[in-house]
Design a protein around this ligand. Structure first.
Ligand code: HEC
Length: 109
């Protein structure tokens, strides 16, 4: 690998890091509760398998290319003027980021 190629690879890795969120360190019981919330509450609008319903699909394919930070903010603050409610009263920032990771990695239980 030449220096130029190496620099390009590092730049690509760095930009990938900027747009992705780190997996939050959330305790197992809370992860179970969040998974339950995702299927029961989010699933009531987005579909039990996240393929869409009243709300749009939240599958990895549907979310591809959407900035994770934007998705996190939609979860926390909702989309005013749409049925998407704010979940900030129930979720920390880290928990919303964890849900985004579950969704974009297709790990919905
Ligand atoms: C009452 C119905 C409802 C519930 C419950 C709900 N959503 Fe939504 N959600 C929507 C709708 C409708 C939209 C699309 C809003 C719009 O038109 O932009 C949306 C949008 C989103 C988006 C943005 C998708 C995109 O492609 O931009 C995300 C992410 C999301 N919801 C996640 C969640 C999560 C996670 C939960 C549970 C914690 C949840 N939603 C619960 C209705 C709901």
């Amino acid at each position: 690998m030449t220096h130029v190629q190496r620099a390009a690879t590092l730049a690509a890795v760095a930009s990938a890091l900027v747009v992705s969120l780190a997996w939050a360190d959330i305790a197992a019981p809370r992860r179970a509760a969040l998974s339950n919330l995702l299927v029961q509450d989010c699933g009531s609008c987005h579909g039990l398998t996240m393929r869409g319903g009243l709300g749009p699909a939240l599958t990895p394919e549907a979310l591809a290319g959407k900035p994770p930070v934007m998705l996190r903010d939609v979860i926390l603050h909702g989309r005013p003027g749409t049925p998407m409610p704010p979940w900030q009263p129930f979720l920390t920032v880290e928990e919303a980021e964890w849900l985004v990771q579950v969704l974009i990695n297709g790990l919905v239980p």
